[in-house]
Design a binder for this molecule. Structure first.
Ligand code: CU
Length: 120
């Protein structure tokens, strides 16, 4: 009878462990990448975050205006860091070694094109 109880316990524990393992395997594991951008002001920040968040496979995007670095949480099964950099470059900003798209840059508000008068 005692042996029976132990069997029941270990079976319960096994199911518990298995269901946890399964959950971890099924849930998308987010990777994080930090990208240096050429953002200047709050509207640059909003613009870049919006573009990146709208990209498939991106879960979170947060730009720190103090160092202009964008922290992105993404699903590596769906998107690569270079695809994220390209999305940023296509919106008119440098993203690490991928240079901004000039056409998109020229469409930015004038104040967002000049680092020296970026305080607005
Ligand atoms: Cu700006």
């Amino acid at each position: 009878m005692k042996k029976h109880a132990i069997h029941f316990l270990s079976a319960t524990a096994l199911i518990f462990i298995l269901s946890f393992g399964l959950k971890a395997a099924v849930m998308p594991k987010g990777e994080t990448v930090t990208i240096q951008t050429s953002a200047i002001c709050e509207s640059c920040k909003k613009r870049i975050e919006k573009v990146v968040k709208a990209t498939d496979g991106v879960m979170e995007a947060n730009l720190n205006l103090n160092n202009k670095k964008l922290k992105v949480k993404y699903d590596s099964a769906v998107i690569s860091p270079d695809q994220i950099r390209t999305a940023i470059a296509n919106s008119g900003y440098d993203a690490d070694y991928i240079k901004k798209n000039d056409e998109a840059f020229n469409k930015l508000p004038k104040c967002c094109q000049h680092p020296e008068d970026g305080k607005h």
